[in-house]
Write a protein that binds this ligand. Sequence first.
Ligand SMILES: *Cc1c(COP(=O)(O)O)cnc(C)c1O
Length: 358
Amino acid sequence: MSRFLSGRFVALEAYTPGEQPRDKRYIKLNTNESPYPPSKEVMERISKEEVMALNLYPDPTGRALKEKLAALYEVNTEQVFLANGSDEILNFAFLAFCDAQNGAVFPDISYGFYPVYAKLYQIPFEEIPLKEDFSIDSKAYCGLNRMIVIANPNAPTGMALSVGQIEEIVKSNPDHVVLIDEAYVDFGGESCIGLTKKYGNLLVVQTFSKSRSMAGARLGFGIAQAELIADLKKIQYSTNPYNINRLTLAAGEAAVESDAYYKENAKRIIETREKTAKELRELGVTVLPSKANFIFAGSGRLDGDSLYRELKAQGILVRHFEKERIRNFVRISIGTPGQMEALVSAFQKILAERRERP
Ligand SMILES: *Cc1c(COP(=O)(O)O)cnc(C)c1O
């Protein structure tokens, strides 16, 4: 830390992304990326002509991509907001809708970025504990009259709320934004986009990073009523109007056109998830019921950090979180069937060794 950093950031603890190691090749199951490549259409759209046009600024409105997303999700283009990853929308939402008097509420165990944004902007926040079974206590979010942020399905548990449960929350907080982060919704959750027709305070956020194999391109979108989207645009145009680069806009359009390909990939990932969860449970491992492209798993025989380290020693990277209630778990992204077979074998080996030396 330099002597130049403003005092208000001295105590700020930044978000820690999952490791992207360079020391050797791992089976990388730690950042919930897709194991499948972008569609052929995406690869073809990043043509020489597209690169040649990089001397020009991109369209700051992203109109062509918004039209495609609007058609896919049956809303109008004024209801779509585009951003440099969905993280940017979260950032803009905390900046736009909260301040020292208007706090935020989210679950105690959820996406680790929410408290970071709250602290960055010095927004008071409350973390509501998950229930005993690690599900979100939806009743506890009703009538709070603060901005509410919920990942649905939640991370790192993978567990989902129903649209009906979300609707109760949205309906009971009519004067505050309810942000539903649907980063993992394409893997078996129910989207709340339909509710945006009825509720002006609902903001649904999705990303191209997980189900659309474009984590490296940085593209996210939000859907809400036009009035709320206009607020986000105000922040966009006050920070970085050209927030999405030309190549990403082009890739995004092609990705929406190849929706069927990504739906097929999501289906394969769900099948692989269910098979992996079943095999791990047969080994005595606890696996929470997941509707995401990862599972949250733990064994009574060793803590999560040891599990993480022993898997890493076998060439498999997973994610462990240093938090009391989940310290016995690791989060495992769903890879290809072959990668998950390697994972199950590694678990088998680790658990067998533990049995021999109790
Ligand atoms: C991955 C993830 C994001 C961030 O997605 P980007 O679009 O890559 O910025 C947001 N929310 C949750 C819950 C995530 O898991």
